[in-house]
Write a protein that binds this ligand. Sequence first.
Ligand SMILES: *[C@@H]1O[C@H](CO)[C@@H](O)[C@H](O)[C@H]1NC(C)=O
Ligand SMILES: *[C@@H]1O[C@H](CO)[C@@H](O)[C@H](O)[C@H]1NC(C)=O
Ligand SMILES: *[C@@H]1O[C@H](CO)[C@@H](O)[C@H](O)[C@H]1NC(C)=O
Ligand SMILES: *[C@@H]1O[C@H](CO)[C@@H](O)[C@H](O)[C@H]1NC(C)=O
Length: 561
Amino acid sequence: MTRLILVSAGLTAVLFTSQTQGIPRAGFAAREATPLPCDAASFAPFLPPEAAIENVVSVPDGGSYGEGVTINDAYPWIPTGLPALCAVTVRVTTSPSSVFRFGLFLPSAEQWKERFLAVGNGGFAGGINWVDMAPGPHFGMASVSTDTGHNSTVGDTSWAFDNPERQADWGWRAMHGTVTLGKALTEAYYSRAICFSYYRGCSTGGRQGLREIMHSPASFDGVVVGAPAWWTTRIHNFITRTGMLNLPASSSSYISPTLFPLIASHVLSQCDALDGVSDDIISSPSLCTPDLTPLLCPAIPTTACLTASQITTAAAIYAPYTPSTDPSTFYYPGFLPSSEVGWSTLLGGPSDPSPLGTAYQRGFLLSDPSWPWQDYNDTLVPLADAADPGAANAANVSALAEYAARGGKLLLYHGLADAVVPPGGSELLRARVVDEAFGGDAEAVAEWFAMLMVPGMEHCRGCAEGTAAPWNMGGATQAAAMGVGEWSVPGYRDAEHDVLLAMVEWVEAGRKVEGVVATAWKERWNASSGVARQRVVCAWPREASWDGVGREEEPGSWGCV
Ligand SMILES: *[C@@H]1O[C@H](CO)[C@@H](O)[C@H](O)[C@H]1NC(C)=O
Ligand SMILES: *[C@@H]1O[C@H](CO)[C@@H](O)[C@H](O)[C@H]1NC(C)=O
Ligand SMILES: *[C@@H]1O[C@H](CO)[C@@H](O)[C@H](O)[C@H]1NC(C)=O
Ligand SMILES: *[C@@H]1O[C@H](CO)[C@@H](O)[C@H](O)[C@H]1NC(C)=O
């Protein structure tokens, strides 16, 4: 048995220098039918001293595995109907004050297709994301997920106070260590080299995938990121400031969340047809400039109208974030028309901005758990840019060019109705790649970077109730949203409909992703209710175009132009 090569130098030196380019791949014998026994003794010899096996469990075909709500606050869901696999949990010490854990699913040697998959997390959630690992073994992939070095729910950063080591684990180190050790254990288990490595994650998970290839371009061959919160030092400040646009609830400019659907349906009536098809979906929100004055309250206000100061609040939600002292300085894009129903997440109050913002200022930036958000001001943006706590920003586009140069592929998808992470941030990242790393050559970028902007999709999954905008396309968290036994798009588990399988075709068969067919169900999260609509989402800058003949609900009536 080849002993893998995480020898004496110790984890910090071996795993966390930028020189480390994955695991040596030479020296494996030809295909061996028998993997190691699924027990702790098999794996322990392949770990460095800083790492220890916590748990090894053999899961039978059709079985389930996870930690459940008593152990895992962040990801309590237990995937069911798994193929036979070996589930491994590892604990890794990264400093005297920080530890991360990761989980690894290893399908049977017969089912393993020499593929590796890492999956991401969401917000500040600290837990192994078992349910997002589950699709991996169904696709012949060994899969890993890390708790990112803490145990908490999505908006809790109490673990980060005054602890730069834990911040670094969340920022990049736990993912990098998980990928490195996960690959080592995978190759040891099968005594075979991994041929193809993938990543899939959304939101924070999108950031994690980008951050990892910026650190180590060789980590993956194909990366699928949704709604990436890549610009950490901006997005969490943007979120706090956006919440404050609609506070306090006693102010005359406060828009009650009960009015968000009214604004949504007004904007829909104004803008639906601008993209050429009246289908209750705003497919080109950039063509839409909402005019809310028709909603202005009459002399005797009704419950279905807006005051002038509420209209001013709404305008600020669409506008980019610029510092009040200098409106010509850009801080972050605003939300697009069609996002209105989703405003309740960040702007629904009633008393505080979302912890997705304030937990960053409190836990990372100011290390002050009792910092009052009322003290927020625009100077926190440059402060965050300069400090970048945990080195979490995934903003280095030159490093993405290195990833491209060694053949890596990137698929980014983002819902245009996203009201948590503005889709403009993804367009900005792509524009920076084109301009700063490829000298303006958008076609060269399109060879390895496909960006799919999904009309009507909200943050990572779903569409506004009643709109039936096709969204289900195999993005991170989407299978689990349909049920803990699902691992792809129900009934459509193929490369035409699932972004991860589309990426596999791109990497392994050279078929570039031009578009993926997204699905909406009659009841949002219920595949048994039947398909409401299917429609291709095209790689930017092309957009889906109706042929003007076929039923608009049918995928065959649409092409990319
Ligand atoms: C995470 O914290 C919860 C309490 O909130 C605890 O019950 C659980 O055991 C912890 N999990 C781990 C892996 O430490
Ligand atoms: C901005 O906020 C920070 C953090 O609350 C505070 O330290 C700083 O004094 C504030 N600056 C201004 C100009 O108000
Ligand atoms: C960005 O990545 C490139 C290529 O890996 C590297 O040379 C450079 O130092 C990085 N820049 C920053 C600011 O980290
Ligand atoms: C899903 O839809 C089916 C078919 O309409 C229905 O029988 C079932 O009750 C629905 N499930 C849920 C959880 O609503």
